[in-house]
Write a protein that binds this ligand. Sequence first.
Ligand code: DX5
Ligand code: ZN
Length: 214
Amino acid sequence: MSFIYPSVLSADFSILKDQIRELENNNIKTIHVDIMDGKFVPNISFGFPILKCIRDLTNLKLDVHLMIEEPIRYIDEFAKNGADLITVHIEGNYHIHRVIQEIKNKGIKAGIAINPGTPIGALEEILPLVDLVLVMGVNPGFGGQVFIEKSLKRIGELKRIKEENLFSFDINVDGGVKESNFETILEAGANNLIVGSDVFRDGEISRNISRYKR
Ligand code: DX5
Ligand code: ZN
């Protein structure tokens, strides 16, 4: 199930090691790590010690989603603590081009995330530079929210731009992805799906992932 990127925001941290093993045993290749600063989004998650801990536990790729103000301040530290991909938001980043360059200079893949209220057109200048675009299906900050249906149209719009320009970035979708809507989201043009609450629900990781068979 390599197109599912489980978000550890919804993991049970008291048994994190076991849960990561279970992800590995279910053919997961990438783990999504949500970093929130209580400013860019109205919630605080965790920081470097937890990222480092996850890094030490697994060789899976770590996809770090920064929901923080002025991420340029911390790119180096996230790189040192084991990020394989770093995604920053288009919103509120005055020098987004510089931030993306900074990530790539570290030899790390760079992603750009976009909130539901931001027009897809705002990404135009940055699309040729990134390895992935993270289309938010919810307003970021919390797991377990309901997918905003209009996001489907936005995914389609991005896919059209990608094909017209022969871009190679992945289209990843984050927030509100569930067993009941994942196929529609893939059909709209998504390559990979970030899934938090629906993967870790009731601690039944293998059962939950098995429901994502296409
Ligand atoms: C939301 C985070 C997501 C979150 C997804 O702000 O960026 O990665 O963990 O959780 P679910 O899948 O429960 O919506
Ligand atoms: Zn996320």
